[in-house]
Design a protein around this ligand. Structure first.
Ligand code: HEM
Length: 219
């Protein structure tokens, strides 16, 4: 039971830190830093936060695997969609974790692999976050009570604002802002329709792929 609580707590903190890491990365690359918070500070906080995310997700995964409540294997944390517990939603977490590891390893090896290869892999950060976000909404026990849902939506709002600011600071700002606004509007609408019919609806535990032996369990 304590392990499962730790899974949930580390998951929530990891999502917040992943959001901070992504937002600071965008602020850094879009040169949105100010005199009060110069670029090297943004850079240092971005790097430190990203290391904490890896550490927290590692604890998140280990506690989920070690807890006897759900049948989750270590392989399920790396190989997406092969598990028996909410396979799609845990699978999205695994995809996010794989990308996170690729981002961390290539950043540590940046001097060896070169800035070009590092930058190409770093674009994956834009996919890492939505996978983690959808994983949290689809797997989290704390979405229905509300607080985790609002925390996740606040993270989404922060990412959306940062991406818009990045588009506005780009070379062809007009086209970029229009394109990003359209994508964000569609994503927002899709979420507004899906959340009440999905994670907040009765029967989501079964629909999301919880093994029938666990349905009706206390957690
Ligand atoms: C970057 C990667 C990941 C992030 C940011 C993340 C974050 C989260 C968040 C925010 C929650 C919701 C917690 C709650 O509702 O209280 C959650 C739930 C969960 N995650 Fe992850 N996760 C990641 C990867 C993984 C992986 C790879 C696994 C596979 C073992 C995993 C297993 C779980 C499980 C089993 C739950 C459900 C716990 C519950 O009942 O609330 N996560 N995760």
């Amino acid at each position: 039971m304590a392990l499962w609580y730790l899974t949930r707590a580390t998951g929530g903190v990891a999502l917040v830190l992943l959001t901070i890491t992504l937002v600071l990365g965008i602020v850094d690359v879009a040169r949105l830093s100010s005199q009060r918070t110069p670029r090297f500070v943004v850079d240092a906080v971005h790097r430190t936060a990203s290391l904490f995310v890896v550490l927290l997700v590692a604890i998140h995964v280990l506690t989920a695997v070690l807890d006897s409540f759900a049948p989750i294997r270590l392989a399920d944390a790396i190989v997406p969609f092969g598990g028996t517990y909410r396979p799609v939603w845990v699978g999205l977490g695994a995809l996010s974790f794989d990308l996170l590891l690729a981002l961390a390893v290539t950043s540590l090896l940046r001097a060896r692999i070169g800035v070009r290869a590092w930058r190409t892999v770093h674009w994956a950060a834009y996919a890492c976050w939505p996978f983690a976000f959808m994983h949290a909404l689809g797997t989290g026990s704390d979405i229905k009570p509300g607080w985790m849902l609002w925390l996740s939506l606040a993270c989404a709002a922060a990412v959306a604002l940062a991406v818009l600011a990045r588009a506005a600071a780009s070379y062809s700002a007009g086209v970029a802002v229009t394109g990003v606004t359209a994508v964000l509007a569609i994503a927002g609408l899709a979420l507004a329709l899906w959340i009440p019919a999905g994670p907040l609806a009765n029967g989501w535990a079964k629909k999301s792929g919880t093994p029938s032996s666990l349905l009706g369990g206390k957690r």
